[in-house]
Ligand binder design. Structure first.
Ligand SMILES: [Zn+2]
Length: 479
C-alpha cells in the first residue's frame, strides 16, 4: 500500500496597523457604520488617484525584517484584474513579481523538534470591500466599502509544511511575531489575520507535487487544524480509490465538519497582472532599512528565553506571559516599578493567578483599572511584610473593583499585618493558655499539633499575622 505525505503551503493576509487606508486618507478602523469610511479613491471612482501610505510601507519592511526576509530597495505595485462586486475598480492593487519582502524563514517547533519553514515572499496589497449577504429578507447582497483599500501584508510560505500540527505552529508563531512588532493585532475573529492553505498529497519519496486544493476563509486556529486534517484524509481517500484530485478552492464547513467546494481554482495568468501605471515604484534606501531593523523590539522567542534565563521563570510561565504583547508589557512594567529582577517569579505568579483571572488580554492596557505601577505598589507591601499573600489577593480584588491604591485599601480596612512582635506574642500566649491539653501533647512529642496552633493564631488575628513571625514566636514559647 502506498503511503502518502501532505505538502502544505500557507498564505496569510495580515491587516497592517495603520490609522488610514493604503492609498487614501480614509480611516482603516474596524466596525464603523457601513460605507462611512469611503472616498473616491477607495470607492474606485474613475480618475481618482492613489497615494501610497508611508506607514504601511514601513510596517511591511518591519515584518519582512522580523521574518528574516531580504527587503527590496525597489518594489512595485501591480494590478490583479478580476471582476467581483466587492472590487469596484475591477482590479486589486497588489504586488506581483517585485514584492517588498522575499526569501525569509520561520523556525517552528512541533513535539520538541525544530523545523525551518521558508517564507517565499511578503507583499503589500489592498483589501477588497465586504459583501453582506441575506439583506432584504434574504434576497439581496449589499456591499460595505469601509474595508476596501485597507492595507494588507500577504505572507506566502514555501510548501515546507507536512502536517496540520506544523501549519498551526507556523501560524501561531507568525501571528506572535507580527503582534509583538506592532504590525498586526492578531485578531482572527475580526478577520485582521486570515489564512488560506494550499494542500496536496504525494507518495512518500516522490519529488513532484500532487494537484493541490486551496482552503479559504478559515478563521480560527482550531478550524485550520481540522480543515487541513480533513482535507489530507479526503485526498488520500480519493487517490487511494483510483480517483483524481480536482484543483479547486474549498472552505471549511464547521457544521458539517468537512471541507466543501467553493469554486474551481484560477491560475495566476487568469489575472493578467501588470505594473500599476498610477503608482511609481516603491524605493527604500539601505539606510532606511537598517534604521527600521535597529528599531525592532525584542521578538517573542528571545523574550521567552530571557524570562527563563535571566528571571528564573519556567518555560511554561514564560509562555503564558508572552502569550500577548499586552501581558508581556504589563509584566515587565510591574517588575521595573518594583526595581528588583529577583521578584520576577513572584510577579509572574501573581499576574497568572490573579490578573489574568480578571481581564481579557485585549483589555489589559485600555480598560483594566489596575495599572502596572499600582500592582507593583501592592506587591511591594507583600515584600515589606506589611501584608501576607492571602490578604494581597483580597486587596487586589478590591483594587480591580474600585481602582483605589493598595496602600489606601490596606489602611482604610485595617488589613496591615500584626507586625508588632509584643502584641503578636501576647495573642499567641492567649492561644496557648486557652489550649493547655494541646500544649502538653506538643511538649510530649506530638509535632503535628504545631499546625493547630498556627491555625488558631491566624484565626485570632483575622489572617493578618505574618505566618513566619507566628511560627518563630510559637517555637520559642513552646520550646
Ligand atoms: Zn478612501
Amino acid at each position: 500500500m502506498t503511503t502518502y505525505e501532505a505538502v502544505i503551503g500557507l498564505e496569510v493576509h495580515a491587516q497592517l496597523l495603520t490609522r488610514t487606508k493604503l492609498f487614501c486618507g480614509c480611516s482603516a478602523e474596524y466596525g464603523a457604520e457601513p460605507n462611512t469610511h469611503v472616498c473616491p479613491v477607495c470607492l474606485g471612482l474613475p480618475g481618482a488617484l492613489p497615494v501610497p501610505n508611508e506607514k504601511a510601507i514601513e510596517l511591511a519592511i518591519r515584518a519582512g525584517l522580523a521574518l528574516g526576509c531580504k527587503v527590496r530597495t525597489t518594489s512595485r505595485f501591480a494590478r490583479k484584474n478580476y471582476f467581483y462586486p466587492d472590487l469596484s475598480k475591477n482590479y486589486q492593487t497588489s504586488q506581483y513579481d517585485e514584492p517588498i519582502d522575499e526569501h525569509g524563514e520561520l523556525v517552528i517547533e512541533v513535539d520538541g523538534v525544530e523545523k525551518r519553514i521558508g517564507i517565499t515572499r511578503a507583499h503589500l496589497e489592498e483589501d477588497a470591500a465586504k459583501n453582506v449577504h441575506g439583506e432584504g429578507g434574504g434576497l439581496h447582497t449589499v456591499v460595505d466599502y469601509n474595508r476596501a483599500g485597507t492595507p494588507l501584508l500577504e505572507i506566502v510560505s514555501e510548501p515546507d509544511l507536512r502536517s496540520a500540527a506544523e501549519a498551526e505552529a507556523y501560524l501561531k508563531k507568525l501571528r506572535d511575531i507580527l503582534m509583538f512588532i506592532g504590525v498586526n493585532d492578531g485578531n482572527l475573529e475580526e478577520g485582521s489575520f486570515r489564512c488560506d492553505a494550499n494542500v496536496s498529497i504525494r507518495p512518500v519519496g516522490q519529488e513532484e507535487f500532487g494537484t493541490r486544493t486551496e482552503l479559504k476563509n478559515i478563521n480560527s486556529f482550531k478550524f485550520v487544524r481540522k480543515a487541513i486534517e480533513y482535507e489530507i484524509a479526503r485526498q488520500e481517500a480519493v487517490v487511494s480509490s483510483g480517483g483524481k484530485i480536482v484543483q479547486e478552492t474549498r472552505t471549511w464547513n464547521e457544521a458539517q465538519q468537512k471541507t466543501v467546494t467553493m469554486r474551481s481554482k484560477e491560475e495566476a495568468h487568469d489575472y493578467r497582472y501588470f505594473p500599476c501605471p498610477d503608482l511609481p515604484p516603491i524605493r527604500v534606501s539601505e539606510e532606511r532599512i537598517e534604521s527600521i531593523r535597529a528599531s525592532l523590539p525584542e521578538l517573542p522567542d528571545a523574550k521567552r528565553a530571557r524570562y527563563v534565563e535571566q528571571l528564573g521563570l519556567t518555560p511554561y510561565d514564560a509562555g503564558v506571559l508572552t502569550g500577548h504583547p499586552e501581558i508581556a508589557r504589563f509584566f515587565e512594567a510591574t517588575l521595573a516599578a518594583l526595581g528588583d529582577e529577583k521578584l520576577g517569579k513572584k510577579v509572574a505568579n501573581f499576574i497568572q493567578s490573579e490578573v489574568l483571572r480578571f481581564v481579557e488580554t485585549r483589555g489589559l492596557e485600555a480598560t483594566f483599572p489596575v495599572k502596572a505601577e499600582a500592582l507593583a505598589g501592592l506587591l511591594a507591601l507583600v515584600e515589606k511584610g506589611s501584608i501576607n499573600g492571602k490578604i494581597a489577593k483580597q486587596v487586589f480584588a478590591e483594587m480591580v473593583e474600585t481602582g483605589a491604591s493598595a496602600e489606601s485599601i490596606v489602611e482604610s480596612k485595617g488589613l496591615a499585618a500584626v507586625t508588632d512582635t509584643a502584641a503578636l506574642e501576647a495573642e499567641i500566649q492567649k492561644v496557648l493558655d486557652a489550649n493547655p491539653a494541646q500544649v502538653e501533647q506538643y511538649r510530649g512529642g506530638k509535632q503535628a499539633v504545631f499546625g493547630f496552633f498556627v491555625g488558631q493564631v491566624m484565626k485570632a488575628t483575622k489572617g493578618q499575622a505574618d505566618p513566619k513571625a507566628v511560627q518563630e514566636i510559637l517555637r520559642r514559647l513552646l520550646g
